[in-house]
Design a protein around this ligand. Structure first.
Ligand SMILES: [Zn+2]
Length: 173
């Protein structure tokens, strides 16, 4: 476009154009080419501005990605450490349980296992302040009286949830 404008200008300057109509046409074309050049320059400017702001955005997002990735790495490391700790604890509790289970009479262990299966994993519960810690129900007076009279090695159970009740000094008997 610039070349064409220059060529037109050259023709105009050389005086090769003879008729007034040709002259007018040529001047008109030069003016219109200059306007188009101005428009194109505006567009180029706008595109450059947009490219600049897009580059800023890319930089900002790249930074955010890096920060999120570092948080993910951190959380992953903490999760792995926690899992390792849980595995270790589970193994040690499992061993303890084996020892305790070995000292419990077979029929009581069988009852406990059955209740544990029925009661969502908890077969025995502490009797605390006259309340079964398995189902959180306070025991009735008659029931408490029966438990008071029962021998220490008698297996007592909750009337409500049927779990084995473990008596302690805090049972409220
Ligand atoms: Zn209960």
């Amino acid at each position: 476009m610039r070349q064409r404008a220059a060529r037109d200008q050259k023709r105009l300057d050389s005086g090769a154009v003879s008729s007034p109509k040709d002259l007018e046409n040529l001047q008109h074309e030069i003016a219109s080419l200059a306007k188009r050049q101005g428009d194109l320059e505006d567009i180029v400017l706008e595109v450059m501005e947009r490219r600049e702001s897009a580059q800023e955005r890319v930089a900002e997002l790249t930074e955010r990605v890096a920060s999120v990735q570092s948080k993910i790495d951190d959380a992953t490391a903490r999760r792995d450490a926690a899992l390792e700790e849980i595995d270790g604890e589970a193994a040690s509790v499992g061993k303890e349980r084996e020892v305790v289970a070995g000292s419990v009479p077979a029929d009581l262990l069988k009852l406990y296992e059955k209740l544990r299966e029925q009661q969502g994993g908890v077969g025995a519960a502490k009797l605390y302040a006259r309340t079964c810690q398995g189902c959180r129900q306070e025991l009735a007076i008659t029931e408490l009286n029966e438990i008071r009279q029962a021998a220490p090695d008698t297996v007592v159970r909750c009337e409500n949830c049927r779990r084995i009740l473990v008596r302690t000094a805090e049972s409220g008997l």
